[in-house]
Design a protein around this ligand. Structure first.
Ligand code: CS2
Ligand code: MG
Length: 402
């Protein structure tokens, strides 16, 4: 079997999604997600100009060798663009390998370690009352784990809360919009949200919260400590993680579980966090952390230190990533939880898939491969539409972490 061709498909059924399709000389094909929110075209160029020409004629079964070739052969290692491109190739090759074997991908990853994948959804509201209603609505859909985000009095826009009740989509069309952030206003308000949720719903529900990189380590420690009585499932991205040692300060002050890693693109971004047990969940994903091949290595390191997986699963990760992630999730021994932001109906129509949601859990399905396909004719009806993630500034104008 040889790789006969490969091409990149860009579509925008409500948001931009990038897919790599690799075809073999005996009629098989595999898909990989190559979406990098706000930098989609950089990955398209990396794949089309620097990767695809090197793939033609190679044996698609040599998944690890091709991964090493693309990682070490580039000389310039790591980074979100490079590792998303490698991830797309890797995911497509695993898809082909499983299809050639006539098996669902999870069977090539060690088989099931559980019967279902617990997922968490996004509840949000412009204020605490709306967020409470949103949590109740998602509980009614069967979710056992719910991330809650609410507006902050005095701030016009905050991460995770869409305007006008629309589904949350962080990227906005056109050039980046600028939003204002106030840690002081947020820190006074966040604990009230979870005190209200616990009073209303008790402790039988897993509650999660995404700080989205906005606090300093000591501020994150203060928030973690304030939330301890509310028994969070996790506090996500409490502080930027370039300085992995910063998490020691958080750990010294609070036992609230910490989740980090959706922006990580290699094991080197989280080696210290895991080995020093500074986090409890690693959020690295199939699409941004080098694909199935590399994510398995991150999960294996994490397993040694009792760190569990909690893969990112926002709508800017395509159904191709979700499908591959669910096969990874159902097989990996140290699974924690999978993020689940349902895609739009238009997106699901472009990407027919075997995975299903039922009563708080997801199932990858047993179709050979990762179980996700693309309707190229329909995809072509949604041309790329430039969109960027927002930029955040403090109230005095200082640029800060969005
Ligand atoms: C968020 C994402 O889902 C999450 O945990 O951090 O919505 C993130 O903001 C987007 O994926 C960025 O593109
Ligand atoms: Mg996040």
């Amino acid at each position: 079997m040889k790789i006969a061709s490969a091409r990149v498909i860009v579509t925008c059924p409500g948001r931009n999604l990038v897919t790599l399709k690799i075809a073999t000389d005996d009629g098989l094909h595999g898909l990989g997600d190559a979406t990098l929110n706000g930098r989609e075209k950089a990955v398209v160029a990396y794949l089309e100009d620097h990767v695809i020409p090197c793939l033609i004629g190679r044996d698609p079964h040599r998944v690890e060798d091709i991964w090493q070739y693309l990682y070490k052969g580039a000389y310039w290692r790591r980074g979100p663009v490079t590792m998303t491109a490698i991830a797309a190739v890797d995911t497509a090759l695993w898809d082909i390998k499983a299809k050639a074997a006539g098996l669902p991908l999870y069977q090539l990853l060690g088989g099931r370690s559980r019967d279902a994948v617990m997922v968490y959804c996004h509840a949000n509201g412009a204020d605490i009352a709306e967020a409470v209603d949103s949590v109740a609505a998602h509980m009614a859909q069967g979710y056992k784990a719910i991330r809650a985000q609410a507006g902050v009095p005095g701030l016009d826009k905050v991460y995770g809360v869409p305007k006008g009740g629309a589904p949350y989509e962080p990227a906005e069309k056109g050039l980046p919009v600028e939003t204002v952030w106030s840690t002081e206003k947020y820190l006074d308000h966040a604990p009230k949200l979870f005190e209200t949720l616990r009073e209303k719903f008790g402790f039988g529900l897993h509650l999660l919260h995404d700080v989205h990189h906005r606090l300093t380590p000591i501020e994150a420690a203060r928030l973690g400590k304030a939330l301890e009585p509310l028994r969070m499932f996790w506090l996500e991205d409490p502080t930027p993680a370039e300085n992995q040692d910063a998490f020691r300060l958080i750990r010294q002050h609070t036992v609230t579980p910490i989740a980090v890693g959706e922006v990580f693109n290699s094991i080197w971004d989280c080696k210290g966090l895991i080995e020093n047990q500074l986090i409890d969940y690693i959020r690295a994903t199939v699409v941004h952390a080098g694909g199935i091949t590399h994510l398995r290595k991150i999960a294996a390191l994490a397993e040694i230190y009792q760190v569990r997986t909690g893969c990112h699963g926002a709508t800017d990760l395509s159904p191709v990533c979700m499908g591959a992630a669910l096969h990874f999730d159902i097989a990996v021994p140290n699974f924690g939880v999978q993020e689940h932001m349902p895609h739009t109906a238009e997106t699901d129509a472009v990407f027919p898939h075997a995975y299903t949601y039922r009563d708080g859990f997801m199932y990858p399905g047993d179709t050979p491969g990762h179980g996700v396909e693309i309707d190229e004719a329909l995809a072509a009806k949604y041309p790329y539409d430039p969109a960027y993630l927002p930029v955040a500034r403090l109230e005095d104008g200082t640029l800060t972490n969005w």
